[in-house]
Design a protein around this ligand. Structure first.
Ligand code: HEC
Ligand SMILES: [Cu+2]
Length: 346
């Protein structure tokens, strides 16, 4: 029995932290924005615990101290209209609210400030930054980098220790952008641009989610933020703009055939580099994806199953079924070999 009691707080912590999934926790903050938000959560939590402690102590004390005893007809002294008490219990909440309000308002301004000029003496100095325009679609994410003139799908590469200014947009319905370990959520609203920023101090994969119910496949609208060192980021950005042309696979010819299939059936919706349409996710670095369609293991089997029947995996998404009349089994093998060649790093 004792053992069960000991498990209770542990299971509670696991519930709070999203069952221990790495990097999907606001309680393991990474970078200045998440840390600021976490410390605000802590501040209000501690103030609440303090208030609860005082109130419950008085409550329990009063229950025992002033309960009716046998034969007791005495009515306790009434305090209605007692000025000293009124002043005390008005002042204490005011102080507590100020303790909450001052850091909250100050941090709110810091968090809302996506300008890149820091006042340093008389001359404004520019913060090292990257701007990313995040457009949410049913049910995938588009990341455009206006300074680099590139567009990426599903996975947002960022340099470490650099301010990432985010401009949130949506193409269809309201979505919400949330990378719990890096920053609080903010909505993607059609026709409106919402700003936010964050910084990732460490290299790694940070999981992201859409947190606004946006349709039947809302729950699979996952994405990743991949933080790499600034040099790798520059290589990535350069190669995204001009992906390597040559196919290195020993079975190169198959992949070359696959490129033909791609140009016939897919390029009307998917771009490689800047060639093709932005209707679907950009596939320039498809073979480096952590996940297929946001949440599937990106192996050949899943890829083929996805292409043959995308609705099976994400009901209501906008990728059409690729049937056998359009792409034969042989062409499918070639197409998959080509997609597996789409690497731009290393
Ligand atoms: C009519 C437009 C359209 C056509 C044609 C199309 N796709 Fe797609 N594709 C999409 C859309 C939209 C998505 C995003 C689906 C989602 O996740 O909601 C997608 C998703 C994908 C994904 C998953 C992307 C990722 O980042 O995980 C792959 C891979 C893919 N398509 C490959 C292909 C291939 C290969 C072809 C050609 C045989 C093709 N698509 C044809 C629109 C299209
Ligand atoms: Cu969504």
């Amino acid at each position: 029995m004792k053992f069960v009691w000991r498990l209770l707080p542990i299971s509670f912590i696991m519930l709070l932290s999203g069952c221990g999934v790495e990097n999907l926790s606001a309680l393991d903050p990474q970078g200045p924005v998440a840390e600021m938000q976490y410390s605000l959560i802590q501040l209000s939590l501690y103030i609440m615990i303090f208030v609860m402690f005082i109130v419950f102590s008085i409550y329990i004390f009063v229950i025992f101290r002033f309960r009716e005893k046998p034969g007791d007809t005495h009515i306790p002294k009434q305090v209605h209209g007692n000025r000293t008490l009124e002043i005390i219990w008005t002042t204490i909440p005011i102080i507590l609210l100020l303790m909450l309000a001052v850091p909250n308002v100050m941090d709110t301004f810091t968090l809302a400030d996506t300008s890149v000029e820091v006042e340093d003496g008389a001359e404004g100095e520019e913060i090292d930054h990257v701007t990313v325009e995040v457009t949410a679609h049913q049910f995938w994410w588009e990341f455009a980098y206006p300074d680099h003139d590139i567009v990426a799908g599903q996975e947002m590469y960022i340099p470490t220790d650099t301010r990432i200014n985010i401009e949130l947009q949506a193409s269809d319905v309201i979505h919400s952008f949330w990378v719990p370990a890096l920053a609080g959520k903010q909505d993607n609203v059609p026709g409106i641009t919402n700003d936010m920023w964050f910084e990732a101090p460490e290299e790694g994969v940070y999981m992201g989610k859409c947190t606004e119910l946006c349709g039947p496949s809302h729950w699979q609208m996952d994405f990743k933020v991949i933080a790499v060192d600034p040099d790798t980021f520059e290589t990535w950005a350069t190669n995204m703009a001009e992906p390597p042309e040559e196919i290195t696979d020993p079975e190169g010819q198959v992949a070359v055939d696959g490129r033909g299939v791609f140009e016939e059936s897919c390029i009307s919706c998917h771009a490689i580099g800047d060639e093709g349409s932005p209707t679907g996710p950009n596939l320039t670095n498809y073979a480096e994806r952590e996940a297929l369609a946001g949440y599937l293991d990106p192996d050949d089997e899943n890829l083929e199953a996805w292409l043959r029947d995308p609705q099976e995996f994400k009901p209501g998404n906008n990728m059409p079924t690729i049937n056998h009349d359009q792409v034969s089994d042989e062409e499918m093998t070639a197409l998959i070999a080509y997609l597996n060649e789409l690497k731009i790093l290393e």
